[in-house]
Design a protein around this ligand. Structure first.
Ligand code: NDP
Length: 583
């Protein structure tokens, strides 16, 4: 199989230097973090996702055109999904296999796909191996075209899933759910939308994704810019042209250097007259080991090949008895120290790669990330670093401060005005909020986020007591997986099993017991905070921009294997974890 020469650095690097070296690097990491925390003590409040009023144009769907008029819907379905991305598609497939016919997807976009509907910026692709990331490959008898899939292929796969499982029949697009209220008499959810709908559903699944609402940095004067501007998740191809030829002769700026910007910048650098990259913190850029799928390999795949890969992902990493014994004998401090040293070694290799590619020494220095690998989303790209060798591409390194002012001409940094025709915001998304755009009121009329104000409380991150027949996908207190679809598939299978159980036993509703919920909250607390890693990281959305967090307000850190085991246990003893009301 043709492959690139270089292999990703990942975490395979072995610590080989003196402890003093690693301690010095750690000190530098801490200085860089403190610098950024000093600039932005307000934490997550530095951003806004309230894109209303003057900012509303940053959220308009550029792909759908006008909203298609329709009559309000007043009907009842058995299962309603809020959101039409992978969470909804995967779970619907499992529900269809179990004979559930009445399924509606309510989606803000004009099609299914979720993040792959919205993110169509040039260069968009996924960093997880396609044979693992794209779900339901066995069911759709499809083998991805390349080792890593590009955005359009993933979006087309979402549409293919929706067609295969007849999900377009009842779907309502360009519709946002605004309230979801439990009716304890009917034992049903009542939903309203921004299109005047009044829908009822027995089961509701919050499938609104983990990074769905675009956010902007609150930069002074942002709204005064006279040039053209947009957010990466609302790419304006009407302006840039599909091949970016519309940028010919344009001076372009991009704010942000996260995973999105890293993929968009090579194309922008090739198309624009001048490109200014406004950097606050560099990303780590590893090798992208990509190749076209070998047709002979694809032909030899046996039915069920992807299911087997997914099963392997759930397994614990293998250690020999000797390795296990050595690990067990090590003190906690020693384990942490070894992990940190290996991590620093990997980051130093990321630095060396920059030096070997980027010709200008000052630019190379500025592109070096000074934090532990995985403090921010690691990136994999072969064209990003070489883009900075182009004479028309300029890195504006703000040394952790960021752009704090924009005038009608463009951003200003250290008194220098950057005059732009186009300004692109690659400033990311609001993170992992359940009930985005939506108020969810349970048995006591309490809004879910008000319940969470005293700390998130769920079972498996999926069920929350007092919200019967409501299932949350991709939320906090679930396992964190680099391949999100592994996690969503596990959750989708679990939800389908719960709904099937309720249907089979003639139950109208299923709600987690306070005891089961408390058990899971304690499991979360037990597994979080084993190290100070999160606090020591440079600020970013992974650590809530450095804000204090309760230990229960995050993901389950016990590992995916244990998370799946807990799911199996819960399914095996449903009566111990849930209360039910019979029809
Ligand atoms: P991020 O939140 O990761 O990045 C936002 C960027 O904006 C950061 O670089 C941030 O700097 C910067 N920023 C914010 N305010 C300012 C400012 N005032 N001046 C200069 N820079 C500023 O968003 P992304 O859209 O890049 O990525 C979000 C997530 O989406 C990823 O983490 C990943 O999970 C997913 N994704 C995955 C991809 C893949 O598979 N390859 C591709 C794209 C996205 P700072 O770092 O200092 O906060």
């Amino acid at each position: 199989m043709p492959q690139t020469q270089e292999k990703p650095i990942g975490m395979v690097a072995k610590p080989t230097r003196s402890q003093e070296f690693y301690d010095n690097v750690k000190r530098k990491f801490a200085e860089e973090r403190d610098l950024r925390l000093g600039y932005r003590p307000e934490g997550t409040a530095q951003y806004t996702s309230d894109l209303s009023g003057e900012l509303s144009r940053y959220e308009v769907d550029p792909y759908a055109g006008e909203v298609t008029p329709r009559e309000p819907i007043n009907d009842t379905v058995e299962v309603l999904f809020i959101g039409g991305g992978f969470s909804a598609l995967l779970t619907s497939a499992r529900l269809r296999e179990r004979g559930v016919e009445s399924i509606r997807i309510v989606e803000r976009g004009a099609d299914v796909g979720g993040t792959w509907y919205w993110n169509r910026y040039p260069g968009v692709a996924c960093d997880v191996v396609a044979y693992d990331y794209l779900p339901l490959l066995d069911e759709l008898d499809y083998v991805p075209k390349d080792h890593y899939a590009k955005g359009p292929e993933i979006f087309a796969h979402c549409q293919a899933i929706a067609r295969k499982y007849n999900l377009y029949e009842l779907a309502t697009f360009q519709t946002t759910v605004t309230s979801t209220e439990w009716d304890p008499v009917d034992q049903m959810w009542n939903l309203t939308t921004d299109r005047g709908d009044h829908m009822k559903a027995r089961f509701v699944i919050c499938a609104n994704g983990t990074l769905s609402k675009p956010k902007l940095a609150k930069i002074k004067g942002l709204e005064t810019f006279n040039g053209h501007s947009f957010h990466t998740s609302r790419w304006d191809y009407a302006y840039t042209g599909p091949d970016l030829s519309g940028l010919d002769g344009n001076v372009v700026g991009i704010i942000g250097t996260g995973a999105t910007a890293v993929q968009a910048i090579p194309g922008l650098g090739a198309a624009a007259k001048e490109l200014y990259v406004f950097q606050r913190t560099p990303s780590s850029i590893d090798v992208r080991d990509d190749w076209p799928t070998d047709p002979n390999w694809a032909r030899r795949l046996k039915p069920g090949w992807q299911t087997k890969r997914r099963e392997r992902a759930k397994m614990q990493p293998f250690m020999t008895p000797d390795q296990t014994a050595k690990y067990a004998a090590m003190s906690h401090e020693e384990k942490v120290r070894r992990q940190e040293n290996a991590n620093i070694e990997a980051m130093m290799k990321i630095h060396q790669r920059i030096d070997s590619i980027v010709k200008d020494k000052a630019t190379a220095e500025a592109l070096k990330p000074w934090y532990m690998l995985l403090c921010k989303r690691p990136c994999f790209h072969n064209d990003y670093l070489p883009t900075f060798n182009r004479p028309n591409v300029h890195l504006v390194d703000t040394h952790g401060k960021g752009i704090t002012e924009i005038t009608e001409k463009g951003p200003v940094f250290e008194g220098k005005q950057y005059e732009l025709d186009v300004l692109i915001y690659a400033t990311g998304f609001e993170v992992q909020k359940t009930g985005i755009y939506n108020q969810i009121r349970g048995e006591q009329g309490l809004e879910l986020n008000d319940k969470y104000r005293e700390g998130i409380r769920t079972l498996l991150g999926i069920h929350s007591q007092g919200y019967p027949n409501l299932f949350i996908m991709g939320g906090y207190q679930a396992s964190f997986q680099f391949n999100l679809t592994d996690m969503l598939q596990a959750q989708g299978d679990h939800i389908a099993a719960c709904i099937e159980y309720a249907r089979r036993h003639g139950f109208q509703s299923i709600d987690v017991t306070p005891k089961a919920e408390e058990w899971w909250v304690q499991e979360i607390i037990k597994h979080r905070g084993k190290t100070n890693r999160n606090q020591e990281c440079t600020p970013g959305y992974y650590n809530f921009e450095g804000e204090f967090q309760r230990r229960q307000d995050g993901n389950y850190n016990g590992g995916f294997f244990q998370y799946c085991n807990h799911m199996t246990e819960v399914q095996a003893r449903m009566e111990d974890h849930f209360s039910f009301i019979r029809k």
